[in-house]
Design a binder for this molecule. Sequence first.
Ligand SMILES: *Cc1c(COP(=O)(O)O)cnc(C)c1O
Length: 402
Amino acid sequence: MKLPVYFDNHATTPVDPRVVEAMLPFFTEQFGNSASKHAFGWEADAAVYEARKNVAALIGAAPKEIVFTSGATESDNLAIQGVAEMHRDRGDHVITCAAEHKAVLDSCKFLERHGFRVTYLPVDARGTVNLDKLRAAIDDRTLLISIMAANNEVGTIQPLDEIGRIAAEHGILFHSDATQAVGKMPIDVEASGIHLLSMTAHKLHGPKGIGALYVSARKPAVRLSPTIHGGGHEGGMRSGTLNVPGIVGFGKACEIARAEMAEELPHITQLRNRLEDGLFARLDELHLNGHPTERLCGNLNVAFGFVEGESLIMGLNDVAVSSGSTCTSAALEPSHVLKAMGLREDLAHGSIRFGLGRFNTEEEVDYVLDRVEEEVNRLRGLSPTYAKRTAAARPAQAAAGK
Ligand SMILES: *Cc1c(COP(=O)(O)O)cnc(C)c1O
């Protein structure tokens, strides 16, 4: 086993060696600009089309519905700003959710500065949006519903089909940031009634800096204003010379994900469950963040009571995980997702996100279990409040015959 162990696959994933191999010729011999009208261009253009087919197939779309971007952040910006700008005469209202990624939330805040109204739906304690509240938020000036497929911190999967049905009933466009979901669960844009979908290659073992926005071309054909203007690439929706090696890698990553998903998802789920069951068996005062079942296969977000998440991360110096806090300027803020779920602030500060993926092993899970148990016990040993709590719990346990 190689140290450090990488359990942060929601932040990014290692590029699959098969993806690297597919990309390499497109840096050297096949370096053409896919817009050029000669042999070099045609070769690059054919490779881009092949990749477009593979990206589309993974989400049940058609190749012409894929707009390549620099990643999910750009896709979210393009979807939200593009719809708002294009349909300004028809409405001024967007509905999203408080637990979205910052790329969605900040795009919505940008719209608010330009005269739009935005409803930020709350989530329940498991991170799920409430469909009655969604229905109630809709008015006759609502243009867009933007709700993510699966949350990047707690893994909660949203009821996409139901949201799609509500959007269709009201003739509203439905955008979903599916960055964490694509390749980690089956996604079918048509079955779920999704009109716009954001994704990025580096979360599914592809390269960084390449992503896509799915833009429905059928029932309805969605029209968008571009955010990046220029040579009219990608149907005029996103100008700029295509990142051919990145696109080829993205296509390969999607092809592998589609071919291997049936085997890979149960494997990752089994590793995640081994980690989850092990932690809850070995340690007390733990709280699972997120939905117990409607959750991404590789996700485990746990609040460790009586522990500072930052101290735990520091102690786990040979395990890469991430905390439930984000460093904004000087202050350590609890995550906006855990806050939206109503988690107590001390528990939010004690939360750790484990993200398992394709290349993790059972041996790594067992190593991480030992390390986390050791570190949590060490930190709790230094905590006067934990000592007080165990002292207070003892007489009650004795009375219960334990
Ligand atoms: C990672 C992530 C993004 C940003 O993707 P980039 O390609 O890095 O811009 C957006 N949304 C979600 C849910 C993510 O997990």
